[in-house]
Design a protein around this ligand. Structure first.
Ligand SMILES: Nc1ncnc2c1ncn2[C@@H]1O[C@H](COP(=O)(O)OP(=O)(O)OP(=O)(O)O)[C@@H](O)[C@H]1O
Ligand SMILES: [Mg+2]
Length: 274
């Protein structure tokens, strides 16, 4: 039995069509901002996700670990609307049914996703990349020929500080290091003020120092945003982890603090058996 099932308000209140934020404030009065319940995704009969349950609280920093093929990326695909599950439900707050929304609507509605490969505009400056991101989508010319409001410029300055790129604002994004490009992309997501941020393997390919700074960045974002981080680098996960979820064969194998999951015999078996 799922304890949340009855706690949630199942009202079928229509989504406001014109409001990309679905009429904030989002209802998180029961705690979680994200409800993934009984989700199954099959690819030709193979269950990439198998009755997956995941609840993420508002402002939480959640780490998701698990061996290759466990379903971590597929889980992000479901939350962001890229993949529609065969079974289960996915709610944003208590009233927004994400399964009824497109990938674009979900992104606009407050769930930002960072893919592994940075997709910054290399020929533009750091500042211009953030300027573009204020538009909510990548309507290039329209944004660059439009005057930003003072408020938008302040927000860009704030985000530059948050992601540690204030000193590189005029540099071409193409000249940034791999780590800096990743931070810029996180900054571009932050321009949308997302409620939930999903980051898939953020420190892959980073230097040790970049990895440490990414840990600081993601930790600083928690509280203001709910942050879900998928990562294989266990030292990194340990450095930021509060609550950790271990996925295996499309389901939750264990959940708890890093120490709890690392000492869980089921988890040890799965990792040693890799
Ligand atoms: N579009 C697809 N078609 C067929 N199979 C897929 C598809 N997407 C994912 N899979 C399979 O589903 C399983 C879960 O994949 P997923 O990418 O979610 O794992 P992951 O936990 O992110 O792994 P990794 O740590 O390697 O990134 C894998 O066996 C994968 O091959
Ligand atoms: Mg993956």
């Amino acid at each position: 039995m799922n304890p949340f099932k009855h706690a949630r308000n199942w009202s079928t209140k229509a989504l406001p069509q014109k409001d990309p934020n679905f009429g904030h404030p989002l209802d998180t009065s029961h705690g979680p901002i994200l409800y993934v319940e009984g989700v199954t995704v099959s690819f030709d009969g193979f269950k990439a996700l198998n009755n997956l349950n995941l609840y993420v609280d508002e402002g939480e920093l959640r780490c998701i670990i698990g061996p290759n093929g466990a379903g971590k990326t597929t889980m992000m695909d479901v939350i962001t609307g890229k993949t529609k599950p065969d079974e289960g439900s996915v709610y944003f707050g208590q009233q927004i049914n994400l399964l009824e929304l497109s990938e674009h609507q979900i992104a606009r509605g407050g769930i930002g996703r960072k893919f592994q490969k940075p997709t910054v505009f290399e020929a533009l400056s750091v500042y211009e990349n953030l300027e573009l991101a204020t538009a909510g989508d990548k309507r290039f010319w329209k944004t660059l020929t439009r005057e930003l409001t003072g408020e938008q410029r302040d927000r860009i300055d704030e985000v530059l500080g948050t992601v540690g790129l204030a000193g590189s604002r005029s540099n071409d994004a193409g000249n940034l290091s791999h780590g800096q490009k990743q931070w810029l992309e996180i900054g571009m997501l932050l321009m949308q003020s997302p409620r939930v941020l999903l980051v898939d393997e953020p420190v892959a390919g980073m230097t040790g120092e970049e990895t440490e700074r990414t840990a600081e960045l993601l930790t600083s974002l928690a509280g203001k945003h709910s942050v879900i981080v998928v990562e294989h680098d266990m030292a990194f996960v340990r450095s930021i982890a509060r609550q950790v979820t271990v996925l295996h064969q499309g389901s939750v194998l264990a959940e708890g603090t890093m120490d709890q999951v690392q000492n869980d015999p089921k988890v040890i078996e799965v990792y040693l058996g890799e």
